[in-house]
Design a protein around this ligand. Structure first.
Ligand SMILES: C[S@@+](CC[C@H](N)C(=O)[O-])C[C@H]1O[C@@H](n2cnc3c(N)ncnc32)[C@H](O)[C@@H]1O
Ligand code: SF4
Length: 359
């Protein structure tokens, strides 16, 4: 009897396993062939220690014995080219951001990576930078490499406040580097899309309007992002009573860390998601693999709280931002859960720029 029961269980589990093998990743068919936005973290080292930065702040509660759970490093050339070439050969329009939890300009090969990516028409490549290392030589090298967009983080108009929060930064250096970038772009035929982002601390709130007006004179887009408490994925900007939806991140975005490991989403700073490795597998395999299928299934079934990171996260709301036209500034305004974006009208139509609105 005991034997019969175990044999029965054995048959049941084997048949079950075989059936699962035949329809293993059923929740992947509704996502695109490749992610539409990819974050390729070239390094998670940084030259600053911003007070609000989850990864680099000396005050981050995520440090254990003064260290983080994710090691620091630089992406190897071979891995970077593997990623770029696979995405570039896909023919899918992809917004490719070469930043993560660090400062991309610290990577000695960043221009080479940009050069390789800009050879592919489907890749809209660029990155966010704190601007400290944006020397004239770097600017020239980046423009020569065919970079498509660049965003500089400048927190407000006051040196004392910015330097209080961006530990190690020099306001005047970042301001002057950004002005040199703007001048250099003016003389180029191919002009990358330029963007300035302000992370707003309480003491800076009164300066926001002036900041937007000032930088809109010079760049294509200005955004202002209220500073979130370290590690927080909640937004104070979410309208009351709004119904949660499956998160577009899991269907559209891939986050690759410097060592090739793939996180759950942009909010997965320490790779808690562990979705796979593009060092060991192709991007396609990871994107259509079992792990992504599982998290997509949980979201489609509304079981958000089953995933530690998703339980308390509002980023899903960024997919349906409020959009209106600001007649005074003559620009389009996009308001999502994380930030308000002011974009010059002649730049508003590009599909890949819009993709980034939700990120
Ligand atoms: C993590 S940084 C990486 C790129 C680069 N090192 C930089 O500072 O631009 C990306 C952006 O996140 C912003 N940021 C950092 N901590 C934040 C927080 N707690 N709330 C909102 N934005 C934050 C930074 O100001 C920066 O604009
Ligand atoms: S410059 Fe960017 S990555 Fe570096 S500490 Fe500041 S916010 Fe973090």
């Amino acid at each position: 009897m005991l034997f019969a029961t175990s044999l029965g269980n054995y048959i049941k589990s084997t048949v079950g396993r075989l059936l699962r093998l035949h329809k293993p990743h059923q929740y992947n068919h509704i996502c695109s062939m490749y992610p539409r936005a990819v974050f390729m973290e070239v390094t998670n080292y940084c030259n600053l220690n911003c007070v609000m930065c989850t990864f680099h702040s000396k005050e981050s509660p995520f440090r254990g014995n003064g260290r983080f759970s994710r090691s620091k490093g630089f992406m190897s050339e071979s891995l970077a080219y593997k990623i770029i070439d696979e995405l570039g050969s896909s023919d899918v329009p992809i917004w490719l951001a070469m930043h993560g939890a660090g400062e991309p300009l610290l990577h000695p090969k960043i221009e080479m990576f940009i050069r390789r990516a800009s050879k592919y028409d489907n890749l809209n490549v660029g990155f966010l930078t704190n601007g400290m290392l944006l020397t004239d030589e770097k600017i020239k090298a980046l423009l020569d490499s065919g970079i498509k967009w660049l965003s500089v983080s400048i927190d407000g108009l006051r040196a004392d406040l910015m330097e209080k929060y961006r530990k190690g930064a020099s306001f005047s250096k970042i301001h002057s580097n950004t002005m040199h970038l703007i001048q250099a772009v003016t003389s180029r035929e191919e002009k990358p899309f330029l963007h300035v982002n302000m992370t707003v601390q309480k003491e800076m709130e009164a300066d926001v309007d002036q900041f937007v007006d000032y930088w809109l004179q010079y760049v294509d887009q200005v955004s202002v992002s209220p500073c979130r408490p370290i590690g927080s994925r909640k937004s104070p900007l979410l309208p009351e009573g709004v119904r949660r939806e499956p998160c577009y991140m899991l269907f559209e975005t891939m986050v690759i860390f410097w060592d090739g490991s793939v996180g759950l989403c942009c909010e997965d700073w320490f790779n808690w998601g562990q979705m796979g490795s593009v060092e060991l597998n192709s991007l396609y395999e990871v994107w259509h693999g079992k792990k992504f299928s599982k998290v997509r299934e949980l979201h489609l079934k509304g079981k958000y709280s089953k995933l530690m990171l998703c339980k308390e996260c509002d980023i899903w709301f960024n997919k349906t931002p409020k959009v209106y036209f600001d007649t005074n500034r003559n620009c389009e305004v996009v308001v999502n859960a994380w930030q308000t974006i002011y974009r010059k009208v002649n730049k508003a139509k590009s599909e890949t720029i819009r993709l980034a609105d939700a990120l």
